[in-house]
Write a protein that binds this ligand. Structure first.
Ligand code: HEM
Length: 373
């Protein structure tokens, strides 16, 4: 695609771009490419999850700045001991078993415990959070491109809407409690926040809660799982890391590039325009394959080589521009602590049952359902 049809239109409905240059343009030029679906679709097809992810300026800027305070270097420094403690407990629990599944035993529980504590929601509800995340991200690309695509899309829409209704109902009661009894958590902070003297609307609050719960867990889960896939495929990198742990941050960037947990970013054409000789119409969906952009030889030297010392490494795995992932510092910190402690504790780590690895069932999340080691 990158080489032969960089601006590709398979179903006359949505466009796909796959080069670094075009995916970068897609996420950077927010005047040409809008994130706000409601400007282009009838209200009945409005997105189920309304959050800053699908807003344009100026509202996007105002709301994003409220949330960004939760992810400042100072806030993260305060989280470090707690993330370390949780990781320690999770690793202690599996050490006795002699084998572990990176996903079930470490990379799924860690980010979900952290985000649940930040939001101030009960950790006992974890199975429910997992169920909701799976329902939101699941979907087969083959299904979407098949003949009965419209039917499949409608089914996916209904499933996501039902899940979002459940998530919203859950957070509505948490928000009501926090109004009565504010705490130290993000929800209480958002309730107290004002934009031009105005409180956030209930929909805006719910959008934040759902986004943080979903965006903050499944992605980091797969970053840690994908790191193990990379290290198993490149044992020399694992040895190098054990000898020089200071390389871990740059190794994590290379995992993000080489096996991106999020592979597609979506926008809507804000007007008619021509991109590489193709006429894109206002309102059409343009998908940007960030996973492909991260392997574009026009941007990366030897892109198929996994190099934990790669520098510079301007991958697009956290997006770019105004919607750049707000949780990136937290995801990097969690991955650094989890992988650092894992490599320190275990001298030899190998994936078992490699042939049985199954991909996550999703059109935009990349990773394995289980990574047994
Ligand atoms: C946005 C990826 C972890 C919260 C994004 C975007 C990407 C992304 C690609 C931009 C989407 C777009 O431009 O359309 C990832 C990856 C993660 C991760 C790969 C882990 C490895 C997190 C975590 C949190 C988080 C831990 C919070 C707890 C957000 C938020 C946005 C966002 C709030 C919306 C930003 C905006 O619209 O201004 N993420 N994310 N993410 N992410 Fe993450």
């Amino acid at each position: 695609l990158r080489h032969e049809q960089p601006v590709y239109n398979e179903q006359a409905k949505f466009w796909e771009v796959s080069t670094y240059e075009d995916v970068h343009l897609l996420v950077t030029d927010h005047e040409l490419f809008s994130s706000d679906e409601s400007k282009f679709t009838p209200a009945s097809e409005a997105p189920a999850l309304k959050s800053i992810l699908n807003m344009d300026p100026p509202r996007h800027r105002q709301l994003r700045s409220l949330l960004s305070q939760a992810f400042t270097p100072r806030a993260l420094a305060q989280l470090t001991p707690r993330i370390t403690e949780i990781t320690q407990e999770l690793l202690d629990a599996v050490e006795k078993k002699g084998a572990m599944d990176i996903i079930d035993d470490l990379s799924y529980p860690l980010p979900i415990i952290v985000i649940a504590e930040l939001l101030g929601v009960p950790i006992e509800d974890r199975p429910q959070f997992k169920h909701w995340s799976d329902e939101i991200v699941s979907g087969e690309y083959d299904e979407l491109t098949g003949e009965n695509r419209e039917l499949v899309l409608e089914r996916v829409r209904q499933r996501v809407r039902k899940t979002m209704d459940e998530i919203n109902e859950y957070f509505r009661s948490i928000i009501a409690q926090r109004r009565q009894q504010p705490g130290e958590d993000i929800i209480s902070a958002l309730l107290a926040a004002r934009v031009d003297g105005q409180e956030l609307t209930e929909d805006e609050l719910l959008g934040f809660c759902a986004l943080l719960l979903i965006a903050g867990n499944i992605t980091t889960t797969n970053l840690i799982g994908n790191a193990l896939l990379c290290f198993d495929e490149h044992p020399e990198a694992m040895v190098q890391l054990q000898q020089r742990p200071q390389l871990l941050p740059s190794a994590i960037e290379e995992v993000l590039r080489y096996r991106s947990p999020v592979t597609i970013l979506a926008r809507f054409a804000a007007s008619d325009f021509i991109l590489k000789e193709q006429l894109i119409r206002r309102g059409q969906v343009v998908l940007g394959w960030s996973g492909s952009a991260n392997h574009d030889p026009d941007h990366f030297v030897h892109p198929e080589c996994f190099d934990i010392t790669r520098s510079p490494n301007q991958h697009l795995s956290f997006g770019h521009g105004i919607h750049f992932c707000l949780g990136a510092p937290l995801a990097r910190l969690e991955a650094k602590i989890a992988l650092g402690m894992l490599l320190e504790r275990f001298t030899r780590i190998r994936i078992t049952h490699e042939r049985d690895l199954e991909p996550v069932n999703s059109t935009f999340i990349y990773g394995a359902k289980h990574v047994p080691i």
